[in-house]
Write a protein that binds this ligand. Structure first.
Ligand SMILES: C=CC1=C(C)c2cc3[nH]c(cc4nc(cc5[nH]c(cc1n2)c(C)c5CCC(=O)O)C(CCC(=O)O)=C4C)c(C)c3C=C
Ligand code: FE2
Ligand code: FE2
Length: 351
């Protein structure tokens, strides 16, 4: 006999005994990824992503015919091919990497204070949706919710869109939980320390290239002109890392990747930068992507494969990609500390 949840009215038809309610919850949110590396699976994913007005802000009457008439006919096939290059027996790296990070964070927080904070994972596009994850947390008795989008730098196109999804989910709840948001952690000393440690460890094991390029996901320049703090936060992260790693301006460079469409995006572009460096005589280039908490298509395919090929075709010898923090102990520890700090004043979950 299905029990009806008294907060949401959502039927809960599991026969599992009610567990001890954990009153504080946190939701990690990442971008989302297709369910399979096929055009048929990539199409609905791109349709949801590219219909988000936070991502593409053209008026609907202008954008819809282009999206449905051109983009969704051509891009799914091309993207699916890129996804086949990074897909493995565990599925999409963005998905299993995010799941591993969520599990690591739950274990770390439980070690500090058993059973006080429930960690859930949602995807902004696709499943598990933000609304679904919040309903599930409420069913488990969560009355206070902390949301951590897995984007160290705030952008309206990424973090802002997660805020929209949470707001939409809350509209459907009769008694939503108390809510907090971590809008960004681009200059969090624990996070910068985790990045620096992981880059130093990687370079100690593999040797250092002549230069280190930090490649961030781009956004249209127009969004920055309209007040998006993203570019400034990327540059700040890079500056703090440069200081921690004791590198000069000529040894640590910044660029922006993953441009889509015809508008001008943040400069300099990553592809142009790796070609320029090769042409200038750089033989061995290391690239890290500190804007990505977890490895994904944009790091494993675009950087570690496409841009590696651009670099060698332009005369470079090796481009080596330094992996994202993923579920490494440093990232688990720095995010656990960040989360604990944001729980201050919530009696059942404070450190
Ligand atoms: C078209 C506009 C896009 C904006 C603006 C944008 C901003 C943005 N994206 C990320 C993080 C990720 N993006 C990923 C893939 C991806 N991004 C876009 C477009 C925009 N992103 C597309 C169309 C795609 C899909 C793949 C493709 O067809 O090329 C991913 C990886 C997803 C995966 O499955 O692995 C991430 C992560 C940020 C942080 C951001 C703004 C700062
Ligand atoms: Fe993107
Ligand atoms: Fe891309």
């Amino acid at each position: 006999m299905p029990r009806s949840n008294h907060y949401t009215g959502v039927a809960d038809d599991s026969d599992a005994p009610a567990v001890q309610p954990v009153q504080a919850g946190m939701l990690l949110v990442n971008l989302g990824t297709p369910t399979a590396p096929t055009a048929a699976a990539v199409r609905p994913y791109l349709a949801e992503f590219l219909a988000d007005p936070r991502v593409i802000d053209y008026p609907r009457w202008r954008w819809w015919p282009i999206l449905h008439g051109v983009i969704l006919r051509l891009r799914p096939k091309r993207s699916a091919h890129a996804y086949t290059r990074i897909w493995d027996e565990r599925g999409s790296p963005l998905r299993y990497g995010s799941e591993a990070l969520a599990a690591g964070l739950q274990a770390e927080l439980d070690k500090q204070q058993p059973g006080t904070l429930r960690v859930a994972l949602a995807m902004r596009y696709g499943e598990p949706s933000v609304a679904h994850a919040i309903e599930q947390l409420q069913r488990e008795g969560v009355r206070r919710l902390l949301v951590l989008p897995l984007y160290p730098q705030y952008s309206a196109t990424s973090t802002g869109s997660v805020i929209d999804a949470v707001a939409d989910a809350f509209k459907r709840l009769r008694w939503p939980p108390e809510l907090r948001f971590i809008n960004d952690y681009h200059d969090d000393p624990g996070h910068i320390g985790a990045l620096a440690t992981s880059i130093e460890r990687w370079r100690a094991a593999h040797g250092s290239g002549e230069k280190l390029l930090l490649s961030f996901h781009g956004i249209p320049e127009r969004y920055v002109a309209l007040g998006d703090p993203y570019a400034e936060q990327c540059r700040r992260t890079a500056q703090l890392l440069r200081e921690r790693l004791r590198l000069g301006e000529d040894q640590l460079l910044v660029s922006f990747q993953s441009r889509v469409g015809r508008e001008r995006w943040l400069q300099p572009y990553t592809d142009a930068t790796v070609r320029r460096l090769a042409a200038e005589g750089v033989r061995r280039l290391d690239v890290a992507c500190p804007g990505f908490a977890v490895d994904c298509l944009e790091t494993l395919e675009e950087i570690a494969m496409q841009n590696r090929d651009f670099f060698t075709a332009a005369g470079g010898e090796t481009l080596r990609y330094i992996p994202a923090l993923n579920d490494a102990a440093e990232q688990v520890a720095s995010l656990a500390a960040l989360v604990r700090r944001h729980l201050g004043g919530w009696p059942e979950a404070a450190a």
